[in-house]
Design a binder for this molecule. Sequence first.
Ligand code: GLU
Length: 478
Amino acid sequence: MATNNSVADQDTHFFGDVCNNFDYAAKFTKHDAGLLDQIKSCNSVYRFRFPIRRGNDFEVIDAWRVEHSQHQSPTKGGIRYSEMVNEDEVMALAALMTYKCAIVNVPFGGAKGGIKINPKNYSLQELENITRRYTVELIRKNFIGPSIDVPAPDYGSGEREMSWIADTYATMNPGQLDAMGCVTGKPIALQGIAGRREATGRGVAIAIRECVSIAEDMNKLGLPTGISGKTIIVQGLGNVGYYSAKFLAEFGAIIVGLCEYEGAIYNPDGLDVEAVFQHRKATGSILDYPGSKQEFKHSAEGLEQPCDILVPAALENQITVANIRNIKAKIIAEAANGPTSPEAETIFYQNGGIIIPDMYVNAGGVTVSYFEWLKNLSHVAFGRINRRFEENTNLNLVNMVEGITGVALTPMQRSTIVRGASELELVNSGLEDTMIRSYHEIRETFKANPSIDTLRTAAFVGAINKIAVSYQNLGVWP
Ligand code: GLU
């Protein structure tokens, strides 16, 4: 029997880093030490193993689900499929989910799952077996359910895995009306929601656009105001990186660099994100893309090229003391979870840059997951009941205004005004509103206290205060 167990040899500083950030920010709050300790710790850490058959052999899979905080229910967070996954990482990511949800006012506690495999090494059938068995293990310990803990996609997982989870849960809970709310990020056909797939990237792009729209802050950085013409390097062309780059380009930014495992490409005049994506799909590599002016065999070099904004959208610990001084960007927008080490962050701020922190920047995914969960519990798609009514109301209004003024609208103008909102439009507008409001909440905390030296600390302070109120409302703390 083979096992891919190697917990002991893993890095174990990520959760510690999150806790250090928490402790630092907690100094700017006035909460009881016990309450702070309760908020900070991981409430439940479930580590388990299960065997799967591979040909004539068996393999034992290591897996985790961590529920960091139940100050709100359900807990929420993705499941990472990666051979690098370890308990410390899952705990750190679960904790970040708690703070992330608080920052964007999504009423969930934080959780995260991990399955220690490289999905590329397994057949479709094996992946399905692993995912279904993982789900059964969660069910057995009450670690999944629409009101308990609701997984979602993360690095290495997507809609396909979520549908296996939903199906397994529904099969084992016959008659449970809300069963589909046990997981989000499902395909639309299985009661997923329009816009979830691109939500994290869209949220990243909105977060950056909002940040650079504030003249006062841009003046300090020596950058012009507005997203138009900003030069951006994106690390990672997975779901988050791809959609971040695509929407940033749509907003008018210039994607000058893209980095992946195999290397990086750069063109100061801009890269066509879709063309690069298709090139990589066809050739298996970002390199040799005809539209690039420079290529780097070492992906890390790509991060160090000239740009206004760097968007790490891959994994944690990509920007450290080893490379921070070479980074030319003035703004780092953390689309991945934990991409910047604490030491690197300090140096970056000392050198006059700012970092828009992960737990805010990548919160678009969980925000739209929240909408999906609401849709599953209400058993109706957003817009279904009111769309036609809105259209009729708008139509009456347009007819009346045309009648009074004698001015006839063009068919195009008419249909723009009259149209009722689709689910996708409602989701996108809810997401946009959430990202914009949350940015200003963080910024206001940052500005209100000159001793708060980073946006991350400001984001933590806001999150801690909100979570503390939840505990107080639960009557757990005075
Ligand atoms: N895995 C994503 C995250 O880290 C999404 C979580 C969710 O939608 O629950 O935010």
